[in-house]
Design a protein around this ligand. Structure first.
Ligand code: ATP
Length: 504
């Protein structure tokens, strides 16, 4: 573990923080950290298997282990009243979760009593460590708990680890460099696992083993259950119109794919964009095409899914989502319907308090982001977004996508007809344009699909201009079906000075 982590933990111990919550899956690594900060203080460990064990040897211990369960263990500890001790409890979070069968108000009360004694009794130097693979803070203890986060190793630390422990099985410096970069975002434990696996397979570690890293990262996303990998099969050529936005993203992709050089040149790391605009006009499509253009995976974050039941759970979920995205970086992180995610920010009451906290956490991350996670957020309603999003320094740029103009509608018709191999001599798209004013891209796609379906059922099986015109006549565009909403959105967009996705 890094010296900075040990120093931070020591400062918490020295300032008598009663309970330190370490949320980390690798208990061995946490044991190492606790040992590193321990200056001859006796350690009482109650492990994840429900036993009182010797902290060093992990052998079952006498005396307190006869208490049988954690409540008994804590009572015995409390009766014992050691003046100086580390009390290490592993995976005790089950006792804090109300719907868990092991939920135990008794254990919470015992911990509270120990914490109170630490806070108010002179000469009582006890620190409780809750080492858990999940974060669940019981509200009764929340104020007494300090959450200690173990960050992933930095590039320098990864390099040191490889050079120190695996030097003999790696052939050249270049392999070390390549592996080091690709390991960023993985824990010490995961890095070692991959290196060991690679070594076992061939007795050597080569740059080709990066594939193992990618597989590991895929696993991380699947296991996190918070992010979703979206298959990307759309390119910028599938997006009709929006030429300003597409040019912007093409330029950014050049920077993103040459980050090292760009940074040396004095260019900031691209953060991401917010695309605001009319429904069905290509915002999500552009998000997908961006991942393709950048040649990286696309991850979707559903902020609604982050909301948890326990105190701190939502924040923990967001921080896990961010860590996961960073582990997979370089990637595009797509946040759909941003306005829904952060509705209620600044309000009062339980749910909106959580949303406000999440929002603050997300903004801070966005502003301080150091990783190559490119955020593409999409939204219909700018009014509903907290004003902080609209300030510079959060997103690199805010783009407005409006209903497509005639030239864009032409492109959109061509794209959707072309995709289905129906852009033949029987079709002239020009007469369609006048008839489709106020149509969204999604409306146009629907017209094309419906006409093709009709043609398939008909005897002559052809798709013609007339048939398309006929479908248009019988279709209501978004400007009609959602008339009031679209008018309100148009007015709303006028108020903000956003970059136009389509040149005016
Ligand atoms: P919402 O705000 O409702 O989420 P959106 O702007 O994200 O809408 P998309 O999901 O990108 O809309 O569009 C829906 C579908 O409509 C796309 O999958 C695509 O087939 C078609 N479409 C929309 N705009 C365009 C466009 N500019 N070029 C080509 N196809 C488009």
């Amino acid at each position: 573990m890094r010296q900075e982590d040990a120093d931070e933990l020591t400062s918490y111990i020295d300032t008598h923080r009663p309970i330190i919550y370490i949320n980390y899956f690798d208990f061995h690594a946490v044991d190492g950290l606790i040992a590193q900060v321990n200056k001859d203080i006796p350690v009482y460990e109650y492990n994840e298997a429900g036993r009182h064990v010797d902290f060093k040897t992990k052998a079952p211990k006498g005396a307190i282990e006869r208490s049988g369960n954690l409540a008994g263990f804590l009572t015995a500890f409390d009766d014992n009243k050691p003046r100086k001790a580390f009390l290490v409890l592993k995976d005790a979070h089950h006792y804090f979760q109300k719907e868990s069968p092991s939920y135990s108000p008794e254990i919470i009360a015992l911990l509270k009593s120990i914490a109170q004694r630490i806070m108010y009794t002179e000469g009582y130097y006890v620190t409780v460590f809750l080492v858990c693979s999940e974060l669940a803070l019981p509200p009764e203890l929340e104020k007494m708990i300090t959450v200690f986060d173990i960050p992933f190793p930095t590039i320098d630390e990864i390099e040191t680890l490889i050079k120190k422990e695996y030097a003999e099985c790696i052939i050249d410096e270049n392999t070390i460099n390549e592996l080091t970069v690709s390991f960023k975002g993985l824990s010490d434990f995961e890095i070692r696992q991959i290196l060991n696996l690679a070594y076992q397979r061939s007795g050597m570690i080569t740059a080709e083993d990066k594939i193992l890293v990618l597989k590991e990262k895929e696993q991380i996303i699947k296991k996190s259950g918070i992010l979703e990998i979206v298959p990307v099969n759309s390119t910028m050529d599938d997006v009709g119109g929006l030429s300003n936005l597409k040019k912007y993203l093409r330029d950014k992709s050049y920077i993103f794919n040459n980050l090292g050089e760009a940074r040396q040149f004095g260019i900031d790391l691209p953060k991401g964009i917010l695309i605001v605009g009319m429904p069905g006009c290509g915002k999500s499509l552009t998000a997908k095409a961006t991942a393709n253009q950048f040649n990286v995976p696309l991850l979707r974050l559903d902020i609604g899914k982050l909301m948890g039941k326990y105190v701190g759970e939502s924040e923990e979920n967001l921080s896990r989502a961010i860590k996961t995205a960073e582990a997979v970086a370089p990637c595009v992180l797509w946040i759909d319907e941003l306005e829904k995610a952060f509705a209620g920010v600044g309000g009062s009451g339980g749910a909106s308090d959580i949303t406000t906290r999440l929002f603050g956490q997300f903004l801070t991350w966005l502003q301080e982001k150091e990783s190559s996670v490119y955020v593409v957020a999409t939204s219909n309603k700018l009014n509903a977004l907290p004003p902080e999003f609209k300030r510079k320094g959060r997103f690199d740029e805010l783009f407005l996508v409006e209903l497509p103009n005639a030239q864009e509608r032409r492109k959109i018709f061509e794209i959707h007809l072309g995709k289905r191999k129906k852009l033949t001599g029987d079709v002239n798209v020009i007469p369609l344009l006048k008839e489709t004013e106020g149509y969204s891209g999604a409306d146009i796609e629907a017209v094309v699909k419906e006409t093709i379906e009709g043609a398939f059922i008909s005897d002559d099986k052809t798709v013609t201009t007339d048939k398309l015109l006929n479908t248009i006549k019988n279709t209501k565009s978004i400007s009609i079906t959602l008339k009031e909403e679209i008018e309100a959105l148009t007015k709303e967009y006028e108020k903000y000075n956003l970059k136009q996705a389509t040149p005016k």
